[in-house]
Design a protein around this ligand. Structure first.
Ligand SMILES: Cc1cn([C@H]2C[C@H](O)[C@@H](COP(=O)(O)OP(=O)(O)OP(=O)(O)O)O2)c(=O)[nH]c1=O
Length: 185
């Protein structure tokens, strides 16, 4: 059975590629909205939409995922502008936030849904450091305006939970795929 990653995220492709050699990458075209206020319900619903958008056109086992940063229950998605990125990082400075990835695996027409939550504490960030980080260009395609796997690692004081989940691909998905019969390469 062909494995299909319904994502344009280079990070998701790279992480999946560490475990499975043979898979297709077919990004979905859906809008990342949902009718859910609750962050976990939201990311699972968006992941479902991504996966079904690809599954309806292609044969295979399809993986969709959606990652958001939440601070005090407020969802921070991908910043639209450098200014918005600076605002987000200012909100996150010195605080503990959650990174939540929802996922949907469609296998033989059935959905497997799940999510993962990782807590991340940022150091106290001053204005210059925020300006510097946004100028690196890492912010704009990442939820919460930072990439822990890049220079954004320097903003982080500690994390509690799955590191890969912060990058958008919790190890729970890999374990689920192995359980479905996809062998590690
Ligand atoms: C917090 C954080 C997010 N991210 C990225 C992971 C996701 O790619 C992105 C969250 O946006 P998503 O909408 O989940 O994913 P995407 O738009 O990149 O790709 P697609 O929708 O096609 O699957 O933020 C990091 O790479 N590092 C981090 O530290």
């Amino acid at each position: 059975m062909k494995l299909i990653l319904a994502s344009q995220s280079p990070r998701r492709r790279e992480i999946l590629g560490r475990f499975f050699r043979d898979f297709d990458v077919i990004p979905s075209q859906i809008s990342e909205e949902s009718n859910f206020q609750d962050s976990i319900a939201h990311v699972i619903e968006v992941a479902r939409k991504k996966a079904w958008d690809v599954y309806k056109e292609h044969d295979g086992t399809v993986i969709g995922a959606d990652t958001v940063v939440t601070l005090d229950g407020k969802i921070l998605g991908k910043p639209k502008t450098p200014e918005e990125a600076k605002q987000m990082l200012g909100l996150l400075s010195g605080k503990v936030h959650e990174v939540i990835t929802g996922y949907c695996i469609i296998h033989e027409g059935k959905e497997i849904l799940g999510h993962e939550v990782t807590k991340v504490k940022f150091r106290e960030l001053d204005k210059d450091e925020i300006e510097w980080y946004v100028s690196t260009g890492e912010s704009l395609d990442k939820a919460g305006a930072y990439g822990i796997q890049g220079k954004g690692g320097v903003l982080v004081e500690w994390i509690k939970g799955d590191y890969y989940n912060v990058i958008g691909f919790p190890m729970k998905i890999i374990v689920e795929l192995e359980r479905l019969g996809f062998s590690f390469s």
